[in-house]
Write a protein that binds this ligand. Structure first.
Ligand code: SF4
Length: 471
């Protein structure tokens, strides 16, 4: 049995651009770990390489985000026309299972661990079902990823990743986890054993990335007690790692120090906004803006490079705040914002329900617009065109070479921890990547106003597919 597992991708510029980066979707390796030993498996990550459309597999699994849905529908339809059986999974497929059932032979709406093996068994008996929704087996059912199938030649900077936990205890109103996934975690000995014995390291850059990995968890700090115990168990391994977690953990100095001792050198945190009104509108009370300055300095001083994500277009944003944002960041000596997006009302979130009930979704919104860089709703204090003007200007202002130099200058001498400076150097180019989504000058960044990618639009016309409308 030949199986392809494909993580699809479309670039925010709506041009066919690849964007290999340190963090990539690891869903293909996760699914591969659930396939039987006799299966012949190929993994594809479209962020790194094109999908070979002339190949044949018996079974094709697709993992995609909301904004890749139209593109994934095209690929699935092309494969089905050639006799292949296709499967959709992930958050979008789980929420829009009936719609997805029109374009895929089977839809997985539950967690992969019970459902992927069940689907494959049915497929081998010639009895594949339309829907797989078996209940979760809990976090300890997570199998080791097939690290051996990662091709680091396709992406020279990519790091192997592992999940220690799933879900998040917080309830930010725009987050796809809110109301859907309670926080749960794997046993620490299992995680440690997988890192110690199963992980395959990136051998590029003369061994500089050997023994370096990332936690793929949405929030590794969902339980401070668990994180503390995990760090204690990681210390003897002498590995270097990065993770994403919430601001409340950064405020706990002893825990941050312990993380640094355990090899943590990079933390991404969704700061989202420096405007208290916006933080309130997002229900993100764990972010205490009065402590940002102190937290940034302390985290770097312990030898951990900190990176923030910000979003614009929330209901608390005003012209005054967005105009002054670069100044606020400069006052904090904080030049390393590595993600800047537009807040997105994903359909399964409280934020979507709010803007929909208030008639604030923009007309003509389709799933392609749900990419985090396209305004899909009318904010309370700003005209849509104002949000986009601020967004494009901020991408240009923050993602610059001088900001990389300032970032290095502000933090290079902050810590002597091993691998701190090399991590800081690696983080510099991320700052420039903020500009990437706005490199298409013809893009409007307002839902319903930008056409699909040429190839997808042509294929959809030929195949008779329509975009999924969400307003
Ligand atoms: S803290 Fe992060 S992961 Fe948790 S609900 Fe908020 S946005 Fe989602």
């Amino acid at each position: 049995m030949r199986i392809a597992i494909i993580a699809t991708y479309t670039h925010p510029t709506r041009r066919r651009i690849k964007e290999p980066s340190i963090m990539q979707s690891a869903v293909p390796e996760l699914i591969a770990g659930l396939c039987p030993p006799h299966a012949e498996i190929e993994l594809f990550n479209e962020k790194e390489q094109d999908i070979p459309l002339d190949r044949h597999w018996d079974l094709v699994f697709f993992s995609y985000l909301h904004s890749y849905y139209e593109h994934t529908k095209v690929l699935s339809t092309l494969f089905r026309q050639r006799g292949m059986v296709t499967v959709a999974g992930g958050r979008h497929a789980g929420h829009f299972a009936d719609d997805a059932a029109n374009y895929f032979d089977a839809v997985i709406t539950g967690e992969p661990e019970p459902n992927v093996p069940a689907l494959i068994q049915d497929f081998e008996k010639g009895q594949i079902q339309k829907r797989y929704s078996l209940a979760s087996w809990g976090p300890d059912a997570i199998q080791p990823y097939r690290y051996d199938l990662i091709d680091f030649k396709n992406n020279r900077v990519r790091l192997a990743g592992i999940e220690a936990s799933r879900g998040c205890p917080f309830r930010c109103n725009f987050c796809v986890l809110t109301g859907h996934e309670r926080y749960r975690y794997r046993s620490i000995p299992t995680v440690i054993e997988e890192i110690r014995t199963k992980m395959t390291w990136n051998k590029n850059f003369f061994g500089a990335m050997d023994n370096v990995f990332v936690f793929l968890d949405n929030n590794l700090g969902g339980s401070p007690k668990y994180l503390r115990e995990l760090c204690e168990a990681l210390i003897p391994l002498k590995k270097i790692w990065g993770c994403a977690l919430t601001f409340n953990i950064l405020k706990d100095e002893s825990l941050v120090r312990l993380m640094a001792q355990a090899g943590c050198r990079y933390i991404y945190t969704g700061m989202e906004s420096l405007n208290p009104e916006s933080i309130k509108a997002m229900n993100k009370g764990q972010n205490k803006l009065s402590e940002v300055d102190e937290v940034i300095r302390r985290t770097f001083s312990h030898g951990i490079v900190l990176s923030f994500g910000l979003i614009v277009g929330s209901d608390g944003d005003t012209n005054e705040y967005l105009e002054k944002l670069p100044e606020y960041l400069s006052d904090l000596k904080y030049f390393a914002v590595t993600f800047l997006g537009i807040v997105c009302p994903y359909p399964e979130t409280p934020f979507f329900r709010e803007v929909q009930s208030e008639g604030r979704l923009l007309p003509g919104t389709i799933s392609r617009d749900y990419d985090g860089y396209t305004l899909c709703h009318r904010p309370k204090n700003l005209h849509p065109s104002e949000v986009v003007e601020h967004f494009i200007r901020l991408c240009g202002t923050l993602g610059t070479l001088p900001n990389i130099v300032r970032h290095y200058g502000a933090w290079l001498m902050r810590s002597d921890m091993p691998r701190y400076r090399s991590t800081l150097f690696f983080s510099g180019p991320e700052i420039l990547s903020i500009r990437n989504p706005v490199k298409n000058k013809d893009r409007r960044y307002i839902a319903g106003m930008d056409p699909l990618e040429d190839w997808d639009a042509q294929q959809m016309k030929t195949l008779g597919l329509l975009p999924q409308r969400l307003s």
